[in-house]
Design a protein around this ligand. Structure first.
Ligand code: AMP
Ligand code: ZN
Length: 138
C-alpha cells in the first residue's frame, strides 16, 4: 500500500470527521474547507486519480456523493454545492488518492470559479472533432 494520507484515514491510523461509510466508499470533512461542511468522498481502494479509478468504484462514488450532498445541504441550510474533482497536479490535485469534493455554496461566500476564454475562429470545431474521434476510438 502506498504511503497515502487518505489510506491512513480509511485504516483509522489518521483521525477524520467521518460522515458516511459503506463497503466501497468513505466520506469525511475536508480539514481546510472552502466553506463549513466541505466533504471529501473517496473509494476505500487506493487509486491515484479519477482517471485510473474503476468504473464500479466511480459509480459507488457518484451515488454516495448524491446522498451526502443532500445531507450537507440540509445540515448547512444552503441550496447549492459544487461537486469537483482535481485530476492531476496541474489541475490542483495535491492528495494522490481519488476524491470528490462536495463544497456547499451560498451567496457571497467568496469562492470563485474559472474565467472562460474565447476560442479563435475554427478552433472550437477542430478541437471538438479531435476529442470526438478519440472518444469513439475507446
Ligand atoms: P486536492 O487538492 O483535490 O488533492 O484536495 C485535497 C484536499 O484534502 C484538500 O482540500 C485538503 O484540505 C484535504 N486534506 C488533506 N489532508 C487531510 C486530512 N488529513 N483530513 C481531511 N482533509 C484533508
Ligand atoms: Zn490511498
Amino acid at each position: 500500500m502506498p504511503d497515502c494520507i487518505f489510506c491512513k484515514i480509511i485504516s483509522g491510523e489518521v483521525p477524520s470527521a467521518k460522515v458516511y461509510e459503506d463497503d466501497k466508499v468513505l466520506a469525511f470533512l475536508d480539514i481546510n474547507p472552502v466553506n463549513p461542511g466541505h466533504t471529501l468522498v473517496i473509494p476505500k481502494t487506493h487509486f491515484n486519480n479519477f482517471s485510473s479509478t474503476t468504473d464500479g468504484d466511480l459509480e459507488s462514488l457518484v451515488v454516495a456523493s448524491k446522498k451526502i450532498a443532500a445531507a450537507i445541504l440540509r445540515a448547512t441550510g444552503h441550496d447549492a454545492f459544487n461537486l469537483t474533482v482535481n485530476n492531476g497536479v496541474e489541475a490542483g490535485q495535491v492528495v494522490p488518492h481519488t476524491h470528490f469534493h462536495i463544497i456547499p455554496r451560498f451567496n457571497g461566500d467568496g469562492h470563485r470559479l474559472w474565467a472562460g476564454k474565447a476560442y479563435a475562429a475554427g478552433e472550437m470545431e477542430e478541437m471538438g472533432g479531435r476529442i470526438k474521434k478519440y472518444v469513439e476510438e475507446n
